[in-house]
Design a protein around this ligand. Sequence first.
Ligand SMILES: Nc1nc2c(c(=O)[nH]1)N[C@H]1C(S)=C(S)[C@@H](COP(=O)(O)O)O[C@H]1N2
Ligand SMILES: [Mo]
Length: 528
Amino acid sequence: MVSEPDAGRGPREDAGSLGVEWGLAGVAATAAAVGSAELFAWFLSPSGSPLTAVGGWVIDATPPPVKEAVIAVFGTGDKVFLMVVMVLLLALIGWGLGRVLRRSLPVARGLLVILGLAGLTAVVTRTGTPLVAAVPSVLGTGVGVVVLTVLRRWAARLPRTAPAADGSRGPALTRRQFVVRALVVTAAGLGAGALGRVAGAAARAASSVREALRLPAPARLDPVPAGADLGVPGAGPFVTPTKDFYRIDTALSVPTLDDAAWSLRIHGLVDRELTLTLDELLSRPVVERVVTLMCVSNEVGGNLIGNAVWTGVPIRDLLAEVGVRPEADMVLSTSQDRFTAGTPLEALTDPGRDALLAVSMNGEPLPFEHGYPVRMVVPGLYGYVSATKWVVDLEVTRFDRAQGYWTPRGWSARGPIKLSSRIEVPAQGATRPAGEVVLAGTAWAQHTGIAAVQLSVDSGPWRDADLGAVPSSDTWRQWVYRWSDAPAGTHRLRVRAVDSAGRVQDAVQRPTAPDGATGLHERTITLT
Ligand SMILES: Nc1nc2c(c(=O)[nH]1)N[C@H]1C(S)=C(S)[C@@H](COP(=O)(O)O)O[C@H]1N2
Ligand SMILES: [Mo]
């Protein structure tokens, strides 16, 4: 048992001189508490991770402009950024805890318990968490309290510190020895935390049945035609490799659902509710479709867009099976981690549009980050209103009754993708020899199709680029423009697209919120 060192008597004799030791003691106890909780979460319950739960709460509570700014600066590294901020904040809290520990062990213990309760509250208020998810926070808090107590006893052995309650001091410790011990405890806490998060995620991924998932052969294929990839060096490929595919979601820890446990409930304004297991879903005809997904947060010329080959079951077929009531106009999809998207019903029932419950991406089961085992893919709509990953629930409803996750956060309820284009080659600021300059990039108007891409040099006339082939109107389209007799000097290149309905890309610059950026992409290059 740990005896009761009492700091209540206020070791005034050390005032000022031992601040660093106390601060480090607090940091060490906090690291031990949080680190061990993360380690326990690895064994016991991934949803029991207090860092993930608090981070998720922060993500949900962050005002949209702040979120926008973070994504603008850190891109898909936004979650690493949040983790670093949380660790720094915890270090600061720990430091403060150490200052309190110097005055009173019971008060410091109380504060650590409050910190643990905050983590626990974040965990248990995340919907859908099993009871066992509460255990890591409780155990972690216990570890923190014990470590705090031990550190207080060690502190009592420092010169000029008040002795423990029983008057015992134990053999003297030098300040240096104390600091080393506190740092070792801190490192152990950080190590446990890192192990819990990194190895935990890897272990869950490896032990899963994802690799074993047997993908049914598609009843209908969607081959990529020759000439879709124009092969201009420096331009992106027509089909985005999975590892390079952008990732956007609110999930701080990627759900690693076991497909044996997965089920999908289809309910709401339907004649016959339906719950499907994965086997039941995959016993229906599966089709292959090449579809370009895009995030509404993509700036003009940005990278939050990717094109992949998906296979899955048309949502239209399942909606026909359950019988949609006439008053319905939206399907609210919910993910295992409680993200929601509100998709216009007509985009899902449209006989000419294969909105899918997708199970594979580029020939493999969906990666965990991209929605394993099942996600939605709806051609023509931004991801936030359509592309629900880890989808477990489809509620047929109405726009005046339900809202997707981003709608109350300042994004429009409906999100058709806007016609846009970008220059990929040459790079901004590139220097090339004058003469022939090859410009290349992509343009998109998902589910409408690209009819033309035009280039303007130094505000001159718009000239047509050559276009690559496409499997359908649901993908982006590559373009190449060979600018001959390009003179030396600095030039401004601008691109615009024209869709198959004859609409010309909007040149007015608008921000991404509330329904997608507009404006033309341009690059400045120097020819010598
Ligand atoms: N469960 C879940 N699904 C989600 C999201 C999310 O936050 N959670 N984000 C959506 C958004 S905003 C986009 S742009 C796409 C991105 O899909 P990707 O990460 O596979 O590229 O997923 C959508 N599906
Ligand atoms: Mo998005």
